[in-house]
Design a protein around this ligand. Structure first.
Ligand code: DGY
Length: 351
């Protein structure tokens, strides 16, 4: 029988390559596809019930609110071979629980790198140029009462600054590459731990040579303390793990310059929201740009970080280009089809 696959979100085949691949495989009878048909996060109970019917070999899931844990894997039983998440991050997946059962995990770290790097660079600019405050003032009709004046909405310049990148994988490196065009002077980066230099095989975009070409002094930060103390712009691009959870907390923030900015395109919990808010409110940090916030998507207009004028908040749109999402869907579907053994498909990325 054709392997049964469950898909937890519609993938419109006219925009998303993964949707077209799945439709074709289904049409040719190479898979049996069970779809969650609504354009909103899958209902957990529906998914558990479908899995309990038995025989599911592959699961294509999303990152947002879809916890892949013991309960879900028990519901799927021994037939499950692969979980393919349409995301780069997989902090929603209990990897140990998968490993224990021999279930393989696919993710999509390549297709979204450019889009997420764009948003990182954009948030650096938006935060430092106080674009959020500016847009808010215009929308609130306040422009007539705030004519141009020498220090109106002045931020800090990227030119001549030190950029710190915490998490120097593909997204961190490409975000930096975007920022090099703004004449930064110095870069401190931290790979999986401070003090470790980027190896040539992990320098995915010739980033170090490009920085040198731009006359930028680039080296690994010796410690998180140094990253905190020296960065004018700190960009967070690391995965969320037990080691990075809350890493930008009260202690870290207390070492930062009052003229510095924090930008987070990683996962909300990498930053301690309360500590960030306190630093902004007390003038110990100049601003923040957040594409991700702890507790998302339940971040109402009354959330203190949304209310804080020095903070620009976006609703997790780092990978939101049609091109990136299409590539992510393609890679997730490839991972799943390869994982269940459909001929002609190879893994795009196995975790
Ligand atoms: C990811 O892929 O991990 C993003 O956060 C969702 O687009």
């Amino acid at each position: 029988a054709a392997p049964k696959i469950i898909l937890t979100r519609p993938l419109d085949p006219s925009f998303l390559e993964g949707g077209a691949l799945l439709d074709e495989a289904e049409r040719k009878g190479r898979i049996e596809l069970v779809r969650w048909a609504k354009d909103k996060p899958v209902d957990r109970q529906w998914l558990l019930d479908e899995l309990r019917k038995g025989g599911t070999e592959g699961l294509v899931c999303m990152h947002n609110g879809e916890k892949i844990d013991d309960e879900l894997l028990d519901a799927a039983g021994p037939s499950l071979k692969v979980v393919a998440t349409m995301s780069a991050g997989y902090d929603h997946v209990d990897t140990a629980a998968l490993k224990k059962r021999g279930v393989r995990l696919g993710s999509t770290p390549d297709a979204l790198t450019a889009a997420t790097a764009d948003i990182g660079a954009m948030l650096v600019l938006m935060a430092s140029r106080r674009a959020g405050e500016g847009v808010r003032a215009v929308l609130d009709g306040k422009w007539p009462s705030m004519p141009w004046n020498p220090l109106l909405l002045c931020g800090q310049s990227l030119k001549g600054s030190t950029v710190g990148v915490l998490g120097f994988g593909k997204i961190g490196q490409l975000t930096l590459k975007r920022l090099l065009g703004f004449d930064v002077s110095r870069v401190l980066y931290s790979t999986s731990q401070p003090g470790v230099a980027l190896t040539p095989e992990k320098d995915y975009f010739n980033t170090l040579a490009t920085a040198e070409f731009h006359g930028v002094d680039v080296r690994p930060a010796e410690s998180y303390d140094e990253l905190a103390r020296e960065s004018d712009f700190l960009v967070l691009c690391c995965p969320l793990t037990s080691a990075t959870k809350g890493i930008v907390g009260a202690d870290f923030l207390s070492k930062m310059k009052p003229t510095a900015y924090v930008v987070n395109t990683a996962r909300g919990p990498v930053v301690d929201s309360d500590a960030l808010l306190a630093a902004l409110q007390e003038g110990r940090l100049a601003g923040a740009g957040l594409d991700v916030v702890t507790g998302e998507p339940n971040i109402g207009a009354d959330h203190p970080l949304v209310q804080e004028p020095k903070c620009v908040v976006l609703p997790h749109i780092g990978s939101a280009t049609v091109q990136a999402r299409s590539g992510m869907s393609r890679d997730a579907v490839r991972n799943c089809l390869a994982g269940v053994g459909v001929e002609g498909f190879e893994w795009a990325n196995e975790v």
